[in-house]
Design a protein. Structure first.
Length: 224
C-alpha cells in the first residue's frame, strides 16, 4: 500500500475516534475463554452466543470437562449458538490440540511470541481462522490486530481502504499494513459501531455519515 492509503487510513481512524471515542481494549478475558466464546459467536447474535457460553460454563465448570464431554451432549448444551454440532466439534478439537501441544489448557505461551507468530500458531488449530485468532490476540493479549467481521469488511471496502472484491481473510493483513498500530485497538470497536449505526448493509445513512467525503462508495453514487 502507498503513502496515500496510509494517510487516508490515519485520517479515518482519527475521525472515528473523535466520534466514537478512543476505546483501548483491556486484557479482560483469559485466552481460552476468548477462543471458545469467539467460536460460539460465529454466525449468530451476541445474545445467542452469550447464552450458549453461559450454559457451557455452567454445565462444564472447567475446560478439561469441556474437552472430555461427549460431543453430542456438548452440542445440545450450546444449541442456542446455532451450528452447534460443528461448533462443538471445533471447540473440542481446538482444546484437545492445545492440550497435546502445550501439555495443559493454557495459551500464555503466546504472550512471548511476536504477533504474527502467535496468529500463525492459533490459526493452525482446527476451526480457528484469522478473525478468531485476531480477536484472541486483541482482547486477551492487547495486541495491535484488526479482527475483520462483516461490519469491518463492509465499511473498509466502501471507504476504499481495501478493494471491493477482497475477501475477509485477505482484508485483514492489507488493513493492518496501512493502519497505525496505536489505532488498531480502538478501530475494531469503532468500525463495528459505525457499521451498525450508519454504514449499514441495507439503507446506509450516507447523507449523515461523517466519513462521506473520504468514501469511495459514496463518491460513486452507488448508495443512491
Amino acid at each position: 500500500m502507498d503513502d496515500a492509503a496510509r494517510k487516508k487510513a490515519t485520517h479515518i481512524c482519527r475521525l472515528l475516534q473523535q466520534n466514537y471515542g478512543d476505546t483501548v481494549v483491556e486484557q479482560a478475558s483469559p485466552p481460552i475463554d476468548e477462543l471458545v466464546m469467539t467460536i460460539l459467536s460465529q454466525n449468530t447474535t451476541d445474545v445467542n452466543s452469550q447464552r450458549a457460553y453461559d450454559n457451557l460454563r455452567t454445565t462444564y465448570p472447567t475446560w478439561e470437562e469441556v474437552m472430555s464431554a461427549p460431543e453430542d451432549e456438548m452440542a445440545r448444551v450450546i444449541r442456542s449458538s446455532g451450528y452447534y454440532k460443528l461448533k462443538a466439534k471445533r471447540i473440542k478439537a481446538a482444546l484437545s490440540e492445545i492440550q497435546r501441544r502445550v501439555g495443559d489448557l493454557d495459551l500464555s505461551l503466546l504472550s512471548d511470541m511476536a504477533t504474527d507468530d502467535a496468529a500463525q500458531w492459533l490459526t493452525s488449530l482446527h476451526g480457528v481462522g484469522p478473525k478468531t485468532a485476531a480477536i484472541v490476540l486483541l482482547f486477551s493479549f492487547g495486541r495491535p490486530t484488526l479482527p475483520v467481521d462483516t461490519h469491518v469488511w463492509r465499511v473498509t471496502r466502501r471507504l476504499g481502504l481495501v478493494p471491493l472484491k477482497v475477501s475477509r481473510e485477505n482484508a485483514q493483513p492489507m488493513l493492518e499494513s496501512i493502519i497505525p498500530a496505536h489505532c488498531l485497538c480502538s478501530l475494531n470497536h469503532n468500525l463495528v459501531l459505525h457499521g451498525r449505526r450508519v454504514c449499514r448493509a441495507r439503507n446506509p445513512l450516507c447523507s449523515e455519515c461523517f466519513l462521506s467525503t473520504l468514501c469511495d462508495w459514496y463518491a460513486s453514487g452507488t448508495w443512491k
